[in-house]
Design a protein around this ligand. Structure first.
Ligand code: 6CS
Length: 353
């Protein structure tokens, strides 16, 4: 906990107190159920919420109620950074930890924030992110910090919402764009000439409304449920990168579980892989319809040509060097692993170079 301030320590202690006094439920046999806490970085009705709710359903039914999973939506336990710390302390057993916020703890995971490293095909990207060799390379980075990595999955394309039109990297010049807190996101947007501003998720709407920032970037479902489109003039699809998150658990907690329970957790997580992929596609499509209905005068720009996207691709390449320079040899190794996973995924989907 070297890097957390005393203010954050006090907040975490308060959260711990509330959690320890929130009690356990009884199962069907009247015995006290063991409680597992699952904190997500998004609100109720989000992709992460659907994931955690399904996890809860499967775990509770397969343990016949011996385990009760309590899901904590965004805000109930603080910001993403607070939640990650609570998992590290073992107070919360499971959480989503997005690379967009995890970069100061696991610098290498920021490889998943680089633009144009994956393909334009969501199915290929999903395969690449669950590539066993890539996961095996990433897992020890989590273990070093007291976590066990369970899954890496995409939640849909990152879409820019802005008070001005963005079709070229030049359009980003001086743009105050909100990013998540990982340093590599700042580098990614500085490469386009923007002035990125890291902020917690819960502060984005008011920052847009008060013109403290000009733009933000998130998948469609999040833009709808956080109402970012209400305070934006444009919604621009560059398909530069998907939003990717990681599901994790506390390593010591996992090791303390019986062999059978460990298998159960891994089996449920595996089942969730396909479930969440289809669900995020559905959420992102259907929420776009809601946005269109609610704000017919929103300018939706989804026709960037390959040439226009290529200008972003070229401008983004220097961020790979920034990443390697900042993270070092382990960063370079993980970037190679990711690029290898993408190539294997393309081959698996029948794409030849
Ligand atoms: O922008 C953010 O901070 C958040 N966006 C999403 C879609 N999920 C969690 C993350 O913290």
């Amino acid at each position: 906990m070297r890097y957390i301030s005393s203010k954050i320590k006090i907040l975490l202690a308060l959260i711990l107190f509330v959690l320890l006094h929130s009690g356990c439920g009884d199962n069907l046999l009247g015995a006290e159920a063991e409680q597992w806490r699952f904190a997500i970085e998004e609100t109720q009705g989000s992709v992460q919420d659907a994931y955690a709710q399904r996890f809860k359903e499967l775990i509770e039914s397969r343990t016949a109620g011996a385990v009760e999973v309590k899901v904590y939506p965004y805000g109930t336990l603080g910001t993403s950074d607070h939640v990650t710390e609570l998992v590290r302390m073992g107070t919360v057993q499971f959480a989503m930890a997005s690379p967009g916020h995890l970069g100061t703890i696991i610098p290498e995971i920021q490889v998943l924030l680089l633009h144009f490293t994956l393909t334009d095909d969501e199915d290929i990207n999903k395969t690449a992110l669950s590539d066993p060799q890539f996961l095996a390379a990433v897992a020890p980075l989590y273990e070093d910090k007291g976590f066990r990595l369970l899954s890496i999955y995409p939640e849909g394309w990152m879409v820019w919402t802005s008070n001005r039109l963005l079709r070229t990297p030049e359009d980003f010049r001086g743009l105050k764009i909100r990013t998540m807190t990982s340093p590599m996101l700042l580098a990614a947007y500085r490469a386009y000439g923007a002035a990125p501003t890291p902020l917690p998720y819960g502060e984005v709407y008011s920052a847009l409304q008060l013109n403290m920032i000009d733009a933000q970037v998130n998948p469609v479902f999040a833009i709808q449920e956080m109402s970012f489109y209400e305070v934006s003039n444009y919604m621009i699809f560059g398909n530069q990168a998907p939003f990717i998150t990681t599901a994790l658990t506390n390593q010591a907690f996992f090791e303390e579980q019986s062999e059978e329970r460990q298998q159960l957790i891994l089996e449920v997580i595996e089942e969730l892989d396909d479930y969440i992929h289809l669900l995020q596609q559905d959420y992102n499509e259907s929420r776009m319809d809601i946005i269109r209905d609610n704000k017919p005068d929103l300018n939706i720009v989804d026709d960037l040509s390959e040439e226009e996207r290529d200008a972003f691709r070229q401008a983004s390449l220097s961020t790979r060097d920034t990443f390697i320079h900042a993270v070092g040899p382990s960063g370079e190794a993980i970037l190679q692993e990711l690029l290898g996973a993408v190539e294997r995924a393309k081959t698996a989907h029948g794409i030849e170079e």
